[in-house]
Design a protein around this ligand. Sequence first.
Ligand code: BES
Ligand code: ZN
Ligand code: ZN
Length: 479
Amino acid sequence: MLPEITYLDAPLGQVHTIFLLEAKDQAISVLQDPALVDFARTHLDLNDGMAHLNMISEQLFLVAPPKETLSYNDALEWLRRKGHEIQKLLVKYKVKNIQVMGLTPHGLHTLALAEGLALSNYEFLKYKSDKTSHALHSISVVGQNLVAKQVEELSVLVGAVFKARDLVNEPVVYLSAEQLSLEIAELASTHGFSFRYMKKKEIMEHKMGGLLAVNWGSVDTPTFNVLEYKPTKAANAKPIVLVGKGVVYDTGGLSLKPTPGSMDSMKCDMAGAAAVIGAFVAIAEARLPVHVIGLIPATDNRPGGNALTPGDVITMMSGKTVEVLNTDAEGRLILADALHYAEQYEPQLVIDLATLTGAAARAIGKEGIVYMGTADEETAALLEEAGAETCERLVRFPLWADYEDYMKSDVADIKNIGGAEAGAITAGIFLKHFTTHPWLHLDIAGPAFKEGGEWNYRGKGGTGIGVRLLYSFLSRLVA
Ligand code: BES
Ligand code: ZN
Ligand code: ZN
């Protein structure tokens, strides 16, 4: 459930409260009663910086981050995770409304704690018969060096992340490519950005050979989605284009996914699209002064009908020919057409997000995003900073010219797979053939979806990775 997140000028008395302390001694002024202070101090020491005081009518929490040992970004993440821990306790005690009170001069610390609380509140109940929510109804935030605008921005972001998670968690039986377009249309009118989409006929007129080929085995139409947010006072003269992989389900196609269980979570193969959509919701809602265009090629990847076969040669929208040697390397085929489509905008920067390779996930796990590209160092550094602050961290991989050899084909201009090695990079090398503008490719295959248990405030299932990152990056870019 999306909690109501509100800013308070002054704290409320006698309500469930989390006190964020700068120093443990502040427990004295908060609690006064020496026995309670003693209890809190002991627990802050023994319980990793958190003390819970069950006062029956009020649940009180004291939080004190270990300040000497944590870097700025690590402290923010520590607080988000502490917010998650406390959210679990609040659910246990059936608390529905909580106040976060920052007794620290670091307003962003207070915000991070609230962020962790709020993001932990996500539930996907659509397909449960019992739709009873156990989440918080409201989070009020008050604190030093904190203004209403920051709390409003947090509320917008949490809503956008939840939207992205919802889309990722929707199974393909509901979320076909066309349904994805209908969902975007609704979000566009609710949140205030423009949107149009093409179906198969128009996609054929555009000769998007990659998107069409991946769709050959499907009974559903592919869609090509164009989102735009163009404020009157945009800080950028040329647009930023955000491209998201929208494979609503990836069976692998005729090169059917071979490993047992490896298909189970493949409804997540549109997490790149979800990140772009979530970012648009946040950008439009917060009226960020940035001109952005979103491109989402969407289809399922299935082995039916006239499915694309290994050995086929297809002609992409750009005119380049591709020998398809593995139909499970489909993401790059649809992204290539989107990257080429982006050329018409003469963009300042193109960023694509995609659950593109198992190799990226194997290289660094769910802990980070593998990225690469041609954009300059300054832009890359800005993105990495945004990644570090949001804890949607990035690691840059090389695009050395040597890797070009991996993609040479005997019959076509290039083939769609490299060798056994450097799989995340060869996917990037493939994409590089289709863009001439400054470009960054983010492979989110690792962190996009959490199978099994919960992953702190990121929850289980779709994580919504990329939304907070893109928003933070674009805010920095136009600052
Ligand atoms: N959608 C997958 C990548 C993926 C794997 C996403 C795990 C999320 C979790 C992608 O389309 C794919 O199948 N890639 C292949 C490429 C290979 C055939 C060159 C892969 O990584 O195995
Ligand atoms: Zn695949
Ligand atoms: Zn895929």
